[in-house]
Design a protein around this ligand. Structure first.
Ligand SMILES: Cc1cc2nc3c(=O)[nH]c(=O)nc-3n(C[C@H](O)[C@H](O)[C@H](O)COP(=O)(O)OP(=O)(O)OC[C@H]3O[C@@H](n4cnc5c(N)ncnc54)[C@H](O)[C@@H]3O)c2cc1C
Length: 382
């Protein structure tokens, strides 16, 4: 049998690529390998599960067996690849070698962890996949108070969702505003106020230094001397593209695995997309870019080399207490921000010197204007 196309990862990138590829090629053997249980699910739903009262099973869209049938593919679950040997077009799972025709890295990003002192490190939960979510739900069952580390997009979404799920929420983050890398301060203030209106308590500036058991609960010691009583901790301090195995195999890596517009790495027959990929300098940890990448790469793998293009890609943040849509100005552009509106309804627009719209942040009622504004946004990768 000829060597298969091998995809590492069964997240949205891996599964969407497999689906797009099968639309074009139903014959070439396809092998998907994943370290997790291989269930198909939509990761963005993880930060809406408490409000909807959904367990991990309730967020599952398909079991791996059903995906294998649908994709006419072999899927190996709970299987972690341990190395790539580009010279021989093979990869390693421990001692086992698997040969590939083409290899696609869709192995995502991992949560950033910081060392915390104390006797309760196992009470800190990252939530970056369905199995993490199941573990956190089990730990949070019957508990009341959640401390969230990080006030970025994911921390804010979990804050809103956990409050909807009946929890008391405090957030700790060493930044001055929520979503500091993403959001204009006026829009950030609106989102923070919305979450505070629901009861969230923010501690912006300090970091968690020690986590101690105290009877049934926990005591979180912050760097500014505050002590917060809580029951369980969610870590949402950021994601880092997985690059180690690629770098060890001699592939060029930067923030992510470096690929060109055709999603090709620096080695023949190896491609990357999704959270792990840095596409022509852009590492975007969102669904829209990976969908565009999956469509383009499927064409390339089916014999028609195709470059990916990114149009405007605004991000809808799932903080229903204060709706938010944001489209940061593309890299390398220079603009000036103007802010209209007040309270919960903020329209912050960024224009270049020629008056062209570069980006925006819309909150509250102002999100209604997104469709009209999207028409004027520049593409991210033309
Ligand atoms: C809580 C949350 C909410 C989000 N909300 C949104 C949103 O609203 N909108 C949006 O656009 N984006 C959102 N995102 C981001 C979006 O979910 C991700 O960009 C996307 O899911 C990434 O998909 P991926 O397939 O690249 O990676 P992943 O889903 O992380 O998949 C990686 C896969 O690789 C496997 N793997 C890793 N290492 C190995 C190995 N060595 N061997 C074998 N397999 C391996 C893993 O097991 C997994 O199957 C959210 C993210 C989170 C965490």
């Amino acid at each position: 049998m000829s060597a298969p196309v091998v995809i590492i990862g069964t997240g949205l990138a891996g599964y969407n690529l497999a689906r797009e590829f099968r639309k074009l090629d139903s014959e070439t053997p396809l092998l998907l390998i994943t370290a997790d249980d291989g269930r198909s699910y939509s990761k963005p739903m993880l930060s809406t599960g408490f409000g909807k009262n959904k367990e991990a099973d309730g967020l599952t869209m398909a079991e791996p067996g059903a995906m294998a049938d649908q994709l006419k593919a072999e899927i190996r679950t709970h299987t972690r690849i341990s190395g790539i040997d580009p010279g021989h077009q093979r990869l390693w799972i421990g001692e086992e070698a698997i040969y590939y025709r083409d290899l696609v890295l869709a192995w995502g990003a991992e949560t950033v962890r910081v060392p915390v002192e104390g006797d309760a490190p196992e009470a800190i939960f990252p939530i970056n996949d369905l199995e993490d979510y199941a573990r956190f739900r089990a730990a949070a069952a019957g508990k009341k108070r959640v401390l969230i580390l990080g006030a970025g997009l994911i921390g804010c979404e979990f804050a809103n969702d956990l409050i909807l799920g009946g929890y008391e929420v405090e957030l700790v983050a060493p930044c001055e505003q929520v979503m500091p890398t993403l959001l204009h301060p006026a829009a950030a203030a609106a989102v923070k106020a919305g979450l505070e209106g629901l009861g969230a308590r923010f501690h912006l500036g300090p970091v968690l230094t020690r986590l101690l058991r105290n009877g049934e609960g926990l005591e979180a010691h912050l760097s500014d001397g505050q002590v917060i009583a809580c029951d369980v901790v969610v870590s949402a301090i950021g994601l880092r593209p997985r690059v180690d195995l690629a770098a060890a195999a001699g592939l060029q890596t930067g923030r992510g695995v470096i690929v060109d517009r055709e999603l090709k790495t620096t080695h023949a027959h190896i491609y990357a997309l999704g959270d792990c990929a840095e596409v022509d300098g852009l590492n975007l940890l969102y669904v829209m870019p990976l969908m565009s990448s999956a469509r383009a790469l499927a064409q390339t793998l089916a014999g028609t080399p195709t470059a990916v293009k990114y149009g405007p890609m605004p991000i809808t943040v799932k903080t229903p207490v204060c709706p938010l849509v944001v489209s940061p100005p593309p890299r390398g552009t220079e603009g000036v921000w103007s802010v209209e509106g007040e309270g919960a309804d903020i329209k912050a627009l960024c224009h270049d010197a020629g008056g062209n719209l570069l980006g925006y942040a819309l909150t509250g009622a102002a999100v209604m204007e997104k469709l009209a504004l999207n028409k004027s946004l520049p593409p991210l990768l033309a």
